[in-house]
Design a protein around this ligand. Sequence first.
Ligand SMILES: Nc1ncnc2c1ncn2[C@@H]1O[C@H](COP(=O)(O)OP(=O)(O)O)[C@@H](O)[C@H]1O
Ligand SMILES: [Mg+2]
Length: 291
Amino acid sequence: MATVIKTDLPNPVYSGKVRDTYSFGDDHFLMIATDRISAFDVVLPNGVPDKGAVLAQMSLFWFDLTKNLIPNHLEQFAMDRTDLDLDKEIARRAMVVRKADRIDVECVVRGYITGSAWKEYLSEGTVGGLDMPSNLKEGDRFPEPLFTPTTKAEEGHDEPITIKQMEDMVGVDVTRELRDYTLLLYEFGRKYAEDKGIIIADTKMEFGYIDNNIALIDEFLTPDSSRFWDAEFYEPGKSLPNFDKQFVRDWLNGQGWNHEPPAPSLPSDIVEKTRERFLLAFQRLTGLKIR
Ligand SMILES: Nc1ncnc2c1ncn2[C@@H]1O[C@H](COP(=O)(O)OP(=O)(O)O)[C@@H](O)[C@H]1O
Ligand SMILES: [Mg+2]
């Protein structure tokens, strides 16, 4: 079974925690989702075979499903191109996308209270600065999904911003448009996934301009950009593990690791169980076989 941890192609432009991006012609990128996996914001030494294929092909699935709601940057899945001459293990994890003029805001939307929103609520009684009812339990669904944008930090963590701050950064009209798109796309994905037994608790989207139109870019509704929960075990009042990373986090927590790099290496049974979770999420959600 192949594990793609590192890629080495011509014209690299950016290597993130998980994806490697290459320039492809003047107007395109080749974006490869590797099998790297991070936990507590640290990339682990080993990868999870097929994770990159799941991530890439899940984004593809959603881009296709939502293309009538908003244009997106996808040009073509690399497996569907005959002119690229890529190794199959790269192609399965890669897509050709159009370069966009990125709008530097992370459009976060939350349908359920968890993570940093839960922390803020516990200490301030608010989420994204907005007053909340006083009786929320961890994991409760909000009456309405909340748009809670953040900066895109070059270094370190993204910082929450208010709507007013976002308006000052990108303008009132663009703020309204991105907020509307984010809520629309989240609600579409949330409903779709709910029917398949997956709760998308929250997610993050990015947008940019392509041919002067606002388009959806980056990855979209994947387990790396979202919190997926198993609907079967949903229960407000307790912290729910992510559908995909449950075994990794449990195992790491059992090691007493302090969340500072380097992270310990995952044993092979944890890697294999995690791989199966990613494949199950993909299968449940899309009903497709991974290519
Ligand atoms: N079509 C696009 N045009 C321009 N930039 C893009 C496009 N799609 C994604 N990006 C940017 O490429 C970068 C990919 O980074 P990523 O691999 O997610 O690493 P990380 O988020 O860990 O830094 C992000 O900064 C994203 O905003
Ligand atoms: Mg990213």
